[in-house]
Write a protein that binds this ligand. Sequence first.
Ligand code: 13P
Ligand code: SF4
Length: 342
Amino acid sequence: MHDAAETQARAARPIRFDDSVRQPMPPERFDSLSQEILALKRKLNAVILAHNYQVPEIQDVADFVGDSLGLAQQAAKTEASVIVFCGVHFMAETAKILNPKKTVILPDRDAGCSLEESCPAAKLKALQDTNPNFWTIAYINCSAEVKALADVIVTSGNAVKIVNAAPKDRDLLFVPDENLGAWVMEQTKRPMTLWKGNCYVHVEWTHAALTRIRQKYPNAPIVAHPECPKAVRMLADEVCSTEKMVAYCRQSPAREIVIATEAGMLHRLEKECPGKIFIPAPTDKCACNECRFMKMNTLEKLHDCMLNLSPQVELPAALLERARLPIERMLEISARPVDNAG
Ligand code: 13P
Ligand code: SF4
């Protein structure tokens, strides 16, 4: 138990965003398939990047596990010859856009995303043509073609900062997540036209389901991803990207914490916040909270893609070049000190 003064001091401490707490798994704890993956990694001079929603055994062999922003930052600075991307297709595509000369492979080419599907480039172009003053802000969960039509990319980890830095004389168009967009509008007070897309996993959480779990665990803070609907975000004690969830949970004095995001997150949290209990927020339908796209990647497919150097992400040179501009703009604004962000 912490006394009130300690609890207050902990709450006041700034949240640190680093990965220093993450300890690599000792080699003797890896099974033989994982050992083969690590041997292939050395042979290929590869780096394995994994999203927080990947299955535990993939997270455990990865060199870096993080949110979309952290993964893009790692991809931008890696010196490895091959990038093995364990996430969904748009994430691997982003790594390729940032590294056009490198080989980027992924365990399953069909690992898509409902947000990406909701926003075809031709439809976006038609909307953009209705207003030449639009400044298009695209959530990273979109295709390379949509990125190429955008002025800047955002992730859930930096969207507020980037929207705050958007030109004041432009009409903001935010695609494709209406929930993240609405949350960013609440934070920044900048009006935006929102594309009507959503994440099919995060819209399953409801006010009623979250109220029930709150009644069961009255002392547990609720942490929710901004892709959740407003009624859920309103109940949450913290709304943030998956990486910021790790930082929040580490410094929270609470022993039990309710997590409203994809279930893969719990492995990362349990590893990095030992002694705390993470309760997956239930939905009205089931308690599985799994993204079927993220879960298409398995350890076997990871092994095979490294063995065969396939499937690879391949994109036309002109598309790579055009899509790189808004991603680089995002990385540049994201790296600015808070006061200079606009
Ligand atoms: P994060 O960038 O917060 O990890 O979110 C990615 C995502 O796909 C959420 O559903
Ligand atoms: Fe896309 Fe939702 Fe899956 Fe994230 S959880 S990859 S937003 S479908």
